[in-house]
Design a protein around this ligand. Sequence first.
Ligand code: HC1
Ligand code: SF4
Length: 574
Amino acid sequence: TVNIKMNGLPMEVPAGTTILAAAKKAGITIPALCAHPDLEPWGACGLCVVKVEGSPKLPRACATAVIEGQNYITHDPELNQVRRTTVEMMLANHPNECLTCGRSGSCELQTMAANFGIREVPFEQVVPDIPKDESTPSIVLDPRKCIKCGRCVLVCQQLQDVWALEFQDRGDNTQMLPAAGVQLNDSPCIKCGQCSAHCPVGAIYERDDTKSLLNAIRDPEMHVAVQIAPAVRVALGEAFGLEPGEITTGKIYAALRRLGVDAVFDTNFAADLTIMEEGTEFVERLTTGGELPLITSCCPSWVDYMEKYYDDMIPNFSTAKSPMMMQGVLTKTYYADQKKLGRERIFSAAIMPCTSKKYEITRDVNMFASGSQDVDCVLTTRELARLLKQSGIDFLSLPDEEADSPIGAYTGAGTIFGATGGVMEAALRTAYNLVTGEEHKGITFEAVRGMDGIRSAEIAINGKSIRVAIAHGIANVRDLLEEIKQAKAEGKEPPYHFIEVMACRGGCIAGGGQPYGTQDDVREKRIAGIYQDDEKQTMRCSHQNPFIQEVYKNFLEKPCSKKSHDLLHTHYTS
Ligand code: HC1
Ligand code: SF4
């Protein structure tokens, strides 16, 4: 440990702690716009300069480790002036469009300007004239609003290892844009939206599809059915002042009905269905010598990444569609038939924690299996929060309501999809039953839980050891895939039987469309909420869901039947 002083008050911190982190521990916030706990510090914005007693230097608190015996001055009139000037210079290069900006109210630059009491900018205003990039269905880049903090580039390169965004030019002309001047959609971008979740201002944001849902609700001819993803229920409350992880499922159903939605379904139901299909696929491959490891395919950014960089692993991918797409196709077939509604009269929307899901619904790989687009529009958690606020819905005072039948009820296995390791655990709960005909005594498989970027475990089923691995955050996937490819090249047994991959760190609970402010403590609270939701359910294994059993009995026949393949499975393109 190191003994230092923070504004004269002695404190002890572990060696290597940055001045910024030490100050935070002492209850002092040093302003910073480029620093983010998910990222390596790089000291770009210059707001976090502090003084060291007895030294003329002004180190950047985010990128400087504390030194034994030093006394750090974090705030005084001189530092305030330096910081204020830095903010004023940023404002001189930033359009004055707060009233019409999607980040108004959550913009970190706006907060900074307000805290420093800036009423006018003493520099000439020069805003770069660069057009918006709206080429992807998922996110929009507005480089005019970029403050060059670099978070988007670092998140794309360090957390995701995708390198779709780069620093271009130097000095005052630096821009964060797709490499080589291409449009984002022509870059390696996998649409995960992590750049938008980390951007402190309104320079990168989710594409807004709220109008599409509102238009359908207003159309008296349309029957609007909306599903909500596992991870939305433990995060939406944050937009209304609740703690991360608080479960608001019943209120979300109620809120959607107040918006005028006709039927409220839950993606968790289809997560149970995915487990029946994928679990069956896994057990088939395991027992008949099919391609192993089986790799999960419900994360569209992961699918996009695999198609771009590892298309030789397409045979390893589960052909089961994601729960969202299964729910969509059942809404327009099974549910439409029960309601005696023509498919063209159903508008199917999904509330997702994810920007990439906006892309997934447009993929031409059997995503129009009902005869039209199976999911018509996707809104992120952030968009739903905005929609509820603009509609005057007092979210916190809503009663808890139930989802609609027959494709709304879920088990604990369906809900844990939202956390890293959850799809694997849900699959194991049912695979155990498929292989042994019995229920797994403990229900849970704690060995696959946690936050390590890559985790592996051996699970005994019927005397056979099943080797599983989990990766989250795309930067962690490469090592795992290389290990598998190497074993294959050497003619060895695959090192794993089953692999789960989610593109975002923590899984969908930290998707690119979740409320702002996601970092590890928030991730952990949302994950805890997900497992609490699992424990609350009377049924915790997908195969126990009576409504799933009914879908098979009345409609799909059995898992992986011809009809299931026609409606619930997809394929991949290189
Ligand atoms: Fe996910 Fe999934 S878990 S991909 O992370 O398989 O988005 O929440 O809806 O489809 O169920 C996201 C979450 C989500 C699907 C499910
Ligand atoms: Fe990079 Fe993801 Fe943003 Fe695309 S969406 S630029 S992959 S962080």
